[in-house]
Write a protein that binds this ligand. Structure first.
Ligand code: BGC
Length: 763
């Protein structure tokens, strides 16, 4: 008998009057059959057709084609279905529907990395409000976002969806994003919990790490988001973590998440098939997505055989009911399918400029002054990349390319060069159309191979235009990691293009600007000396070309700073010794051949990103926290005062330059000797000024708790803040400390935790 048939039978014998209300959850639970309980904890995607045939479809999930998942409706108990939709850069649903003249496009916002680089929690909250409004108005209940895994290596294919190599920035930006979305009365699913730091073998790899690295680096961001923003849901990852799958880890999903952090929402799996359902439920994984008949059957069989206690299932069912009564579906919200896309486009355009990072600006090449004609090089200039691929992609109505952006800003783009690129683009597209498909939506649209431009053509351009812009593009996404060659490093054609354009334009006394249109880190040390300016535009969302032009022309002053280190070489990162696709002395891998490995040992422990580089005093290409401005800022002498449970630090920032601008102040802490081994300094707070006019000042105040200063001691299984003198450093980047203060902690501060998730093998 199918689960559905059993369900119908169950419904016949039980005459239930009870209908779900926010105050009768226990009664509804009591009225549910075993089959109904099993159905509720298994997502409903694959059974819509059969449900309709049986007259069972409730809710409106069918009305949101393209949404990633749903929960099952049980109409006899008044339980609606709810709709779960991707993803971090905006709502991902199908833009067109059968026999329907309307369109359902969503706004493509800047990718997660770009948002984090704004260091502006208010702005991120505003972006969240706009995305949340589209979730609501398109009839969805939960956004499967934000992605908040740690940038352990620049090769992770999904880094563009994530925020940083640092857990504190990650947690603070995520909390702001969640607050923004949830202010609209819809939920979020912070993901992927936890340590989903690589795409290679993501369904099988065991991420092996010390308890300290786990707590301090890979869980901390989630802890901050859970404690500060109470997300409705959290998504357990595909991978294993120190042994078991995260989805089956009671230590992770109950002991740490609920008992220690107080999470009271639901945990759903990432989009996995049948695993050990009993272990998932016992672990506290409430919902299996996207859901299959076999999972329902498995749960029913296991309860009947005694392998799964019904009371454990009841815990998950009750939590799902508690989640459902918060949803717009439950209150039958009359969604419009008409969010204000125009208003959201303006939010996108503005937020993207604030996340852009000016990496170099020699001789004040930017903002452009007295520039009328521009030669625009690079295939990506004419085919701008709004966001990454896979579930992090958004079906937006358009993407503004750089050519459009510059033209709207009143610049004359050299049309001969533009025509060359457009013809090349057409030719490449015709080749692609003739070639077999590369794997559908999952891989997304490929970036065209760079077009080689001959020196004579470049030389003519240097005569005809006032300035050259070169865009370098990279694309990546879910399902595979990036490669070192050609993804992290430049291709030969790109290197030649930069060399030739810089030579020709510099000979003519004209500047060259490089725009980086990517969601991840690029090798820059070998070529950054050549151009006059480098603007890291990230993947800035659908208005990208406008946003870049706003920054290049000075309409917007860039105030983004890096939330990750840009190393000289990939191998300088300690994680490279144990990350797929990195060339090392004893590991030679073909560029396209990825070996599956069953485990990844995090031998570097807590020394991820800048924590390694500052402690070892090792050279980088661009440090964590770095970003230039068109103006300059002075930092006052700071004030640091002890409070009841920590400290409050303040500093006054003055705009000493000639243009209005915003400044991010990063607060790093160096711990006293005598406690645990610590990085030379760690980010513990940050703040951003409003836009300051020339000569204007603002005092920024940041509070820190003693708990925030703690490190995780595996010997005592507790967070410990050692007594002694802490140096509080106010930086414009991790390597540019402008002012210091001190904080004395008299007594050790301790928070006891559970001894769980020990490494599954020797590190
Ligand atoms: C991704 C998730 C996403 C889900 C639903 C999975 O493959 O890892 O991030 O939310 O699909 O589309």
């Amino acid at each position: 008998m199918t689960a559905l048939a059993m369900l119908t039978l169950g419904a016949n014998i039980i005459s239930a009057q009870v209908k779900l209300q926010s105050n009768n959850i226990d009664d509804v639970l009591k009225a549910m059959t075993l089959e109904e309980k099993a159905m509720l904890v298994v997502g409903g995607n694959r059974r819509i057709e059969s449900q309709e045939a049986n007259g069972m479809l409730g809710g409106h999930a069918r009305q949101v084609p393209g949404a990633a998942g749903m929960t099952q409706a049980i109409p006899r108990l008044g339980i609606p279905s709810s709709v779960l939709t991707d993803g971090p850069a905006g709502v991902r649903i199908n833009p067109r529907r059968e026999n329907d003249p309307n369109t359902y496009f969503c706004t493509g916002f800047p990718v997660g990395t770009a948002l984090a680089c704004t260091w502006n929690t208010e702005l991120v909250e505003e972006v969240g409000k706009s995305i949340g409004n589209e979730v609501l108005e398109y009839g969805c209940d939960v956004l499967l976002a934000p992605g908040m895994n740690i940038h352990r290596s620049p090769l992770c294919g999904r880094n563009f969806e994530y925020f940083s190599e640092d857990p504190y920035v990650t947690g603070k930006i995520a909390a702001a994003y969640v607050r923004g979305i949830q202010s609209q009365g819809v939920g979020t699913s912070i993901k992927h919990f936890a340590a989903n730091s690589q795409e290679t073998n993501r369904m099988g790899v065991d991420e092996v790490m010390s308890q300290r690295a786990l707590r301090e680096i890979y869980l901390k961001g989630f802890e901050i988001a859970v404690r500060e923003a109470a997300p409705w849901t959290i998504m357990s990852s595909y991978n294993r973590l120190n042994g078991p799958y995260t989805q089956e880890s009671k230590d992770l999903l109950t002991t740490i998440l609920r008992d220690e952090w107080g999470f009271d929402g639901i945990v759903m799996t990432d989009w996995t098939g049948l695993r050990n359902t009993a272990a998932q439920i016992q672990a506290g994984n409430d919902l299996m997505e996207p859901g299959s008949e076999s999972q329902i059957k498995d749960i029913i069989d296991k309860v009947k055989s005694g392998a799964l206690a019904e009371k454990d299932l009841d815990i998950c069912v009750k939590r799902i009911l508690q989640y459902l009564v918060k949803t717009p579906s439950f209150r039958s919200y009359a969604f419009s399918n008409k969010p204000n896309l125009e208003a959201h486009a303006a939010v996108t355009r503005r937020s993207a400029t604030e996340g852009m990072v000016l990496l170099k600006n020699e001789g004040n090449a930017l903002p452009m002054t007295n520039v009328k004609t521009v030669s625009v090089f690079g295939t990506t200039s004419y085919d701008f990349i709004a966001g990454g691929t896979g579930s992090g992609d958004v079906n937006k109505a358009h993407t503004i390319d750089l050519m459009q952006g510059l033209t709207e800003a009143g610049l004359q783009v050299n049309s001969k060069l533009a025509t060359l690129y457009k013809d090349y683009q057409k030719y490449q597209q015709s080749l692609a159309a003739a070639a077999p498909a590369r794997g559908g939506w999952f891989l997304g649209k490929a970036v065209l191979p760079e077009m080689a431009v001959s020196r004579p053509i470049v030389n003519v351009q240097a005569q005809e235009s006032d300035l050259a812009i070169i865009t370098l593009g990279r694309q990546a996404g879910e399902g595979s990691d990036r490669h070192e060659e050609g993804d992290f490093t430049l291709t030969d054609v790109e290197r030649q293009m930069i060399t030739d354009v810089c030579n020709a334009f510099h000979l003519a006394g004209k500047p060259v600007i490089v725009v980086l249109n990517m969601g991840n880190v690029l090798e820059t040390a070998s070529w950054k000396g050549m151009p006059d300016a480098i603007l890291l535009a990230w993947q800035p969302g659908q208005e990208g070309g406008y946003s870049v032009a706003d920054v290049l022309t000075g309409k917007a002053n860039p105030s983004g700073k890096l939330t990750m280190t840009w190393p000289v070489n990939l191998i300088d990162l300690p994680s490279s010794a144990n990350f797929p696709n990195v060339r090392t002395a004893n590991r030679t891998r073909g560029n396209n051949k990825v070996e599956l490995q069953d485990f990844t040992k995090h031998k570097e422990g807590i020394y991820v990103g800048y924590r390694h580089f500052v402690t070892e005093d090792k050279e980088v290409s661009f440090p964590f926290g770095f970003g230039l401005s068109y103006t300059t800022f002075a930092y006052s002498k700071p004030v640091v005062k002890a409070t009841k449970d920590g400290l409050v630090a303040s500093i006054t920032v003055t705009n000493t330059g000639k243009r209005p601008g915003k400044e991010v102040v990063e607060l790093y802490v160096s711990a006293p000797a005598g406690g645990l081994d610590k990085p030379a300094r760690e980010l513990k707070a940050f703040a951003k000024t409003r836009e300051l006019k020339p000569q204007e000042s603002q005092t920024l105040t940041m509070s820190l708790s003693n708990y925030n200063l703690a490190s995780y001691n595996e010997a005592t299984q507790s967070w410990e803040t050692a007594p002694g003198k802490y140096t509080i450093k106010f930086g414009a980047s991790v390597n540019d400390i402008r002012a210091t203060g001190t904080y004395n902690l008299r007594k050790q501060h301790v928070v006891k935790c559970h001894d769980v998730l020990k490494p599954s093998m020797e590190l």
